[in-house]
Design a protein around this ligand. Structure first.
Ligand SMILES: [Zn+2]
Length: 456
């Protein structure tokens, strides 16, 4: 017997309602979604320079974008920077879920003067919320309009600098600058404030590399928070220098004695010829170690730790000079050329080495061709370096006084006999140590200039 399901009138109404309500509810919930559009603003800093590009990305994953508007508000006036209606014919009924705009702001051209301003951003999506205006994202950013480049006032007078030598420049900036310093050809030496009471006064120790000749351009460069850049010339005179030639004969005895020390740095098998290994050490490892040391030179304290002439290893003889042009000979053949960026000083074996001046120990370790090495930071980018040591008497981070024993001379690294390789590093450039041993040179070129600025 068939049983016929009988619906009551109420049940039927309920069923129809259910069939209709579910899709309608779903439809309405998507149309009334509450997710706000997301806005990402890319601005290098909160300062806007004379010509400033900003990038803004808007996205809305659900309904899609309705509009984006950006205005710059200053002194009661608002200048519209961007006004996009994503429902306009420009977008041909395409739904925009993500869009990026690049905007160039030129305050001078749009009549906005320097000073504090507000960047306002409004973005809406296509949701039916907000009485069919969409979900709204509103962002306000306080910015500073700064179209003027910093003023640079050079306070130190004539700068005499030798090829491979050092100098000091002192200058005052008219506004805070995250980056300022001296350009020496392609090289840049950062300036540091903090020495003078006036914190707008900066000091930069800089050096000419041994291979930078009299035509090298030297000037001060500063960029302010907005990125406005200013260059200022300094008066300088570059003294040309020619450096000595030196021949180093490499014997099998030396290779067999020294090369095993470099097994870790320059691995090779038993078939690798000793001479090949030497060339790898002398060329590639030298480059790697050089990079490590010059990188260390960039880390420094903004304090003038040192005072007076630097100490030269007592009772020692000069065995090699700064920037000696070294020719390496093996069985009468020239096999390599390198430049010696320090001074070699020899005394009796295992001589105690005094710290050349007051400073903070920045490095104590073995360093490839340099062997056991100590580097002292004397502040403002000036460092002294002691290599080929047999032992250390100091630890990293420790303050040392001029004359305090930091280690003993030795033959570690690429050294053929007990000696001290002494180097002076200014930021990332090796400079001639001879200048720093000379009290008159220091007075004329460094302390005299500092005192001159102090007394003004
Ligand atoms: Zn040396």
């Amino acid at each position: 017997m068939k049983t016929k399901i009988k619906y009551t009138k109420y049940q039927l109404v309920a069923l129809i309602c259910f069939i209709l309500i579910v899709p309608i509810a779903w439809f309405l919930s998507t149309r009334f979604e509450s997710e706000k559009p997301s806005v990402t603003l890319e601005l290098p800093s909160l300062s806007i320079k004379a010509s400033q590009e900003l990038s803004i990305s808007v996205s809305d994953t659900k309904s899609g974008m309705r509009m984006i508007w950006i205005g710059l508000y200053k002194d009661g006036k608002e200048v519209v920077l961007l006004d996009k209606d994503f429902q306009s014919p420009e977008y041909k009924d395409r739904k925009i879920h993500k869009e990026t705009f690049k905007i160039k702001i030129e305050p001078g051209k749009i009549g906005v003067s320097d000073g504090k301003a507000i960047l306002r951003i409004v973005a809406r999506d296509l949701s039916w919320r907000g009485w069919w205006h969409g979900n709204k994202t509103y962002i306000e950013k306080n910015v500073t309009i700064d179209t003027l480049a910093p003023e640079i006032d050079i306070l130190s007078r004539t700068h005499n600098i030798s090829q491979g030598g050092a100098a000091l420049a002192i200058y005052r900036l008219s506004e805070p600058c995250p980056k300022s310093g001296i350009c020496v050809g392609e090289n840049f030496f950062p300036g540091y404030s903090g020495y003078f009471k006036d914190h707008d006064i900066f000091m930069t120790f800089f050096a000419l590399s041994y291979d930078q000749g009299p035509k090298t351009e030297i000037f001060v460069k500063a960029s302010d928070q907005a990125g406005n850049i200013k260059r200022a010339g300094i008066s300088y005179y570059i003294k040309k220098k020619t450096f000595k030639k030196d021949i180093l004969n490499i014997s099998d005895l030396f290779l067999n004695w020294k090369m095993p020390e470099f097994d870790i740095d320059v691995p090779g098998d038993s078939k690798t010829a000793m001479l090949d290994k030497f060339l790898k050490v002398n060329r590639d490892l030298r480059k790697t170690n050089y990079r490590e040391v010059t990188k260390l030179g960039g880390k420094t304290d903004a304090a003038l730790y040192w005072k007076g002439a630097f100490i030269r290893l007592p009772g020692s003889a000069n065995k090699a000079g700064f920037a000696d042009q070294r020719e390496y000979k093996y069985k009468g053949q020239i096999i390599d050329h390198q430049v010696h960026l320090g001074v070699d000083l020899a005394s009796v074996a295992h001589s105690p080495i005094p710290a050349a001046n007051n400073g903070k120990v920045a490095f104590v370790n073995s360093l490839g061709i340099y062997g056991k090495t100590v580097i002292i930071d004397h502040g403002f980018g000036l460092h002294s370096m002691y290599s080929h040591l047999s032992g250390f008497d100091v630890q990293k981070g420790q303050m040392v006084a001029k004359g305090e024993i930091i280690g003993r001379t030795g033959i570690t690294g690429l050294a053929g006999g007990d000696h001290l390789h002494f180097g002076i590093l200014i930021h990332n450039t090796f400079a001639n140590p001879v200048e720093w041993w000379d009290a008159t040179w220091i007075k004329n070129n460094i302390t005299g200039k500092i005192n001159d600025v102090k007394s003004r």
